[in-house]
Write a protein that binds this ligand. Sequence first.
Ligand code: GLA
Length: 755
Amino acid sequence: MNPQITLTEHLKEYTRHVWQTNSEQTFTENIKLFTLQSRSMTYALAVLEDGYVAHVYYGKKIVACDLTYLLRLDENPWTPKVNRRDKATFMDTLPLEYPCHGTGDYREPCLMITDKNGMSTCDIRCKSHKIYSGKPRLEGLPATYAAEPQATTLELLCEDQHAGLEVVLIYTVFADLDVITRSVRVTNIGAEDVNLRRVLSVCVDFDSDKFDLITLNGSWARERVVERSKLHHGKQGVDSVKGESSHQSNPFFALVSHNADEDTGEAYGFNLVYSGNFFAQAEVTQHKKTRAVMGINHFDFNWLLEPGESFTAPEVVMVYSANGIGEMSRTFHDLYRAHLIRGQKKHRPVLINNWEATYFNFDTDKLLEIAKQAASAGIEMLVMDDGWFGHRDSDNSSLGDWFVYEKKLRGGLKFLVDEVNKLGLKFGIWFEPEMVSPDSELFKKHPDWAIQIENREMTLSREQYVLDFSRQEVREYIYGMMRKVLDSANIEYIKWDMNRQFTEVGSLALPANRQRELWHRYVLGVYELMERLTADYPQILLENCSGGGARFDPGMLYYSPQIWASDDTDAIERLKIQHGTSLCYPVSAIGAHVSDCPNHTVGRTTPFKTRGHVALVGTFGYELDITRIPEADKAAIPAQIADYKKYSPLIRDGDQYRLGNVFADNLWDSWVFVAKDKSEALFTFVQVLGRPNYRSRRIKLKGLNPDYNYKNTKTGEVYSGSALMNAGFNVTLHGDFTSEVFHFLRTYEQNDLQA
Ligand code: GLA
């Protein structure tokens, strides 16, 4: 048995008083304790004699020992001792791993059904378990992956005999990371249909309510802004009911101790590997404990499970940190870079995208003009954005008609791509495969392919409808068109966009009793197509996008190593967006471009240099008309690109430490990337607003080796790591929106130590 999961040796009989159904009867139980151990974390759960799977402990590492005393099964904390303990009050307080609805646990349940008799109660009991090396795939769903020695999996097989359901709780613990992933598979083992009304992926019953809840919320152009609030009695959380993970909330939350900051305190992060409707909630109960749950949103959800069928709930990634929010983030980054993002190692060319340069107003000549100047500035790829297909001159037509708009692309796509390639640039292209415009050949031919309710008016959003991606023939048709385009020229990058939320959610292909499955079937359909696309075109770099960052989630990261973070390219707004995004997503995944000023979204003008420094904290690129920007800006591009190339391995593979918090103090922001071996660091400082009569600021760096000396590669000055971290580094202030980047390399020179 792999040491990461131990089935505690002492499966001896614990004579514990579980509950009394009458004054004579006392149950004796045999408790099985499972302890999941990682580098510095322990997670323990127990199977009680009657099969309930109880939560025992989640937190800082504990040596393998009997933790079952934590369950306090024999206590009666809510009534005087003379009262008999009854099952309902017991169920409502027992910490559970996967609570069901209907048997007296009135907290948020994970599983709820309607059975053949219209009943909603279910009650699962553990029958057996298995432990094995490695990690299973989740049928049809993206998930983290691991080679055999890197992870160990525990499966608990539970059953509700009355409902005819088998429920397998799947836990994987990663050996070198403080990570547990969880998922659930429900199978109908009975003879009758069962309707699944909710199948959440995770529940953790914490023994305390002393937490702050951190979530990432926002809107279009201001996605993933960090919000932090003290937990209070009752339910609080975030969700999406829009069909996508959404601009408004991200499928992430963290519970952190009240004192937690970047470096201290406990942090428990939860992130759902899913791109549709989600539900994430923390509930403070009557005894001031906290139940955390997460999964597919049960709102407007129902799944008919016929005998023999299975339903798999998407994976939740749980990260534990005893050393603050910063360490939690770095663990997420390490996990996602090594165990989720499949194209992580792919070269990320410096691209120029024509969206903010031209919007719909471009043609072959214009694109080649941009490409020419981009090539001479050292840019590596031209991405042709929206407007190249059908007869699309604005956003009110042609989605679904994935063939070239010859009026714009004189000579066709191949001609353009070849010309761009001749200039030494790669070529990328924009698609929005999931959408259809009413003004399109596709919609005229197949009006029934859009998501809709018969005879009900369809709501337009951005002049478009959503295609019913639950239907195989729809996906097939769209993919056929995409393939033709991809096979017609040397295309090396795709920006896969998705620009509207769902309304009138109905499928003309599903029977009435399966209509509420459409939300999830749609997401599965999108995943299936992305799987095919990435398998058929492994050389293509896929970037996801959804009206900016409405689908910035781990589900999408499984298919595309980078995601456009936001349509807001203003450097100052990006400080907030990229800070929030970095809470659980690595910088290598964050699409960030230098754009023109005044910024198209907020109208702000910032120095070109600052725009470059902020875009460096992401997949660097340009989003501007290089033929029209000021000469000084154009002249600065080669050096910016050289910096990106020089620092990108450090930024992509290093550890990120957030030094400032633009939310807390909007005068400045700062961060540092440190190489894993501590030999190198890149420190950035952005002055958001100036202060009268303030000439410099001292910033303490983090993550260095205190015993190493570091040389500022620009000035040659040498500092000790301990001085840079404990005393700080002086940054001269230059004015609003200015920024500076400092590169430190380990040195063995001692003599000219500055500190
Ligand atoms: C979305 C994207 C933009 C751009 C437009 C094109 O808004 O986020 O980057 O591609 O669509 O319509």
